[in-house]
Ligand binder design. Structure first.
Ligand code: PMP
Length: 257
């Protein structure tokens, strides 16, 4: 499992934001997940989907004075988006939900109406994925991925105040870029038009892994092929994720059948 404790730490905070509590400590949740995977005896990559929800059988729109329920589903998983040839994206006509409307960093399921509208629009329009702008028109993220662009040798990504999910893959790539590639990582607001002049663009997430973007709004990114820095980051990411590179063994939780 990749960065399992960090996922449950994020979830614990997000649950608090929504007046919910997870029924176990982070350590216990890690143990439960490992046991669940062990008993399922998977032979593929697996996506783990924990969910905390309101379980009281009563009609009412509120968070307080309702019983919480908790579940974890594990599903065999392949590539969520292409990670080899590169994907074609559209800047969505849907804007990112704002922190003061309903906070996207909460990862609450209701927020994903926003993501689903963007994803479906993009795919029905013939693209692979959507890039969503904030209410004030800055780049926020993909429909279910964080975004990085490469400009003048720097890796640039919108800061956490741009209504993004505080992605664990995003943080992983920032660490790998700084530590292993010696590349400057800059968190700053990104304009839409910067996407078109970027040397490279990539999307990243637990499901999406590291996906090179080769076209946005029918404009080629760089030379229209996955970029060199993206490729190197992707190689490092897959190496540490699959345990082939032991430089970040602390990010891995083994599941022994
Ligand atoms: N943004 C959104 C909207 C997401 O749903 C996800 C996937 N959970 C991400 C970014 C990436 O987050 P992570 O790297 O933690 O999976």
């Amino acid at each position: 499992m990749f960065r399992l404790a960090e996922h449950f730490q994020r979830m614990t905070g997000n649950a608090r934001m929504l007046h919910m509590a997870l029924p176990h400590s982070v350590d216990e949740l890690c143990d439960i997940t490992v046991e669940l995977l062990r008993r399922n005896a998977f032979t593929t990559d697996v996506y783990v989907r924990p969910l905390v929800y309101k379980a009281t059988e009563e009609i009412g729109i509120r968070f307080h004075n309702l019983r919480d329920g908790f579940m974890i589903v594990t599903v065999p998983f392949g590539a969520y988006v292409d990670t080899t040839a590169g994907i074609r994206c559209q800047v969505s006509s849907w804007r990112r939900m704002d922190d003061n409307v309903a906070p996207p960093r909460s990862k609450s399921s209701g927020i994903y109406v926003n993501s689903a509208l963007a994803k479906t629009e993009a795919v029905l329009n013939g693209f692979d994925e959507a890039i969503v702008l904030t209410q004030d028109g800055h780049v926020s993220e993909g429909s279910a991925e964080n975004i990085f662009i490469v400009r003048n040798g720097d890796l640039v990504t919108p800061p956490v105040s741009q209504n993004i999910v505080e992605g664990i893959t995003r943080e992983t790539l920032m660490t790998l870029a700084r530590e292993e590639l010696g590349i400057e990582v800059v968190e700053r607001a990104v304009d839409r038009s910067e996407l078109y002049v970027a040397d490279e663009v990539l999307l990243c997430g637990t499901g999406a892994e590291v996906s090179p973007v080769i076209e946005i709004d029918r404009r080629a990114i760089g030379d229209g092929e996955p970029g060199a820095i993206t490729r190197r980051l992707q190689g490092l990411y897959f190496g540490v994720c699959k345990g082939e590179d032991d430089r970040h063994a602390d990010w891995l939780t083994p599941v022994i059948r």
